[in-house]
Design a protein around this ligand. Structure first.
Ligand code: SAH
Length: 355
């Protein structure tokens, strides 16, 4: 059974055509559906009984329901979404410093196969890919959440659970659905797809002409360190993922973000900061330093720690002195386990109050 999040304008027009109903109803319905973030009263649209019945059918089917909602003291809202097809995922809304805007973090898979040692999402392995409709519904849940705060969801990042490049068709379909005119729920430049460094995926994303941003989870400038943290580094090494990111940037004109989770004593030394500057040399990309959020021991049994404020600052200074544009990401929502790497679904959830 389809949900309205599964169909685009063209498909809805065809459905109406097949039912001998006016195709023009499709645009009115979808405009209302998106404007009201998935919750609408079709009677108010006055489309006539047969079209209303057809639409109510589509609307009665939703893939996701909010199973739990956690609000952090910093305003971050974490939604645990229960999926009709099985499993749960989390989606996070982060209020921006600009008081009319918010950023969202979306999941692309239930669980994750990548096995990165410092990330909680991968602990239970991969359960399944999300469908495009499930991703669109996540987006609408966050957009509704933002609206209740008087904010507009103007950026989203695929940095929740899962590896988007392993589910790129559904991710791309969902992105198209929310960015396409006349709906324009969000600008393409407001969307970032984050990858652990699946090179063919980066190449495909560049060729899709989606016009979104790319974030590359680098986390170490040398193969020895990176291979310990990220199993896929054995397949695509630092040089391979950086080359792919550069090609992405050249072909799309987008500035790439290099994500670097700082782990005390593992990847936060002066030498590693200098090596990162070297790897970044000549590449017009930004480095986003993410202080590690504790998740307990990793799959390897190693327990990581967040570096001190001074160490983080020193690491940043080495990069900025080498003319690398660097930001330190503010930790958001860590009191409700919604910070980076802390997203995990119910089955593998350690104590999160009331989940
Ligand atoms: N699979 C994709 C998207 C999900 S990860 C990717 O790897 O990019 C989103 C970001 O959160 C990545 O940069 C990831 O490495 C980072 N992250 C994961 N666990 C973290 C933790 N415990 N603390 C801080 N950042 C973490």
């Amino acid at each position: 059974m389809k949900s309205l999040a599964d169909v685009d304008l063209h498909e809805l027009q065809s459905a109406l055509h097949d039912a001998a109903l006016p195709e023009s109803h499709a645009l009115r319905l979808l405009l209302a559906y998106y404007k009201q973030n998935g919750v609408i009263n079709t009677d108010a649209l006055q489309l006539g009984a047969p079209a209303t019945a057809l639409f109510n059918d589509l609307l009665s089917t939703t893939h996701t329901t909010v199973a739990a909602r956690h609000v952090s003291s910093d305003g971050t809202v974490k939604l645990l979404l229960s999926l009709r097809a099985g499993g749960t995922v989390e989606a996070v809304l982060m209020p921006s410093y600009h008081d009319t805007r918010a950023a969202g973090c979306l999941s692309s898979q239930v669980g994750c196969a990548m096995g990165c040692d410092f990330c909680a999402s991968t602990r239970g392995g991969l359960e399944r890919n999300l469908t495009a409709g499930e991703i669109v519904e996540q987006f609408l849940h966050l957009r509704r959440e933002a609206a209740t705060q008087g904010r507009r969801l103007n950026t989203v990042v695929f940095m929740g659970m899962g590896e988007p490049m392993h589910n790129l068709d559904a991710v791309a379909t969902a992105i198209r659905r929310v960015t396409v005119p006349p709906f324009n729920l969000i600008a393409k430049r407001g969307v970032t797809v984050s990858t652990v460094g699946i090179v063919p995926g980066i190449e495909r994303l560049a060729s899709m002409d989606l016009n979104v941003h790319l974030a590359l989870s680098l986390h170490a400038p040398d193969d020895e360190t990176r291979s310990k943290l990220i199993p896929s580094n054995k397949r695509w090494k630092v040089a391979d993922v950086m080359d792919a990111a550069k090609r992405f940037s050249e072909s799309t004109g987008r500035v790439v973000t290099i994500e670097y989770t700082l782990l005390a004593g593992v990847n936060d030394s002066d030498a590693q900061a200098r090596e990162l500057s070297r790897v970044m040399h000549g590449f017009r990309a930004h480095v986003n330093l993410i202080p590690y959020n504790p998740i307990g021991p990793g799959l390897s049994g190693v327990t990581y720690e967040k570096p001190s404020v001074d160490r983080i600052e020193r690491f940043r200074t080495i990069l900025t002195d080498a003319n690398v544009v660097t930001h330190v990401r503010q930790t958001r929502g860590d009191d409700v386990n919604a910070a980076c790497g802390q997203l995990r679904h119910r089955a593998t959830t350690l104590p999160i109050a009331s989940v």
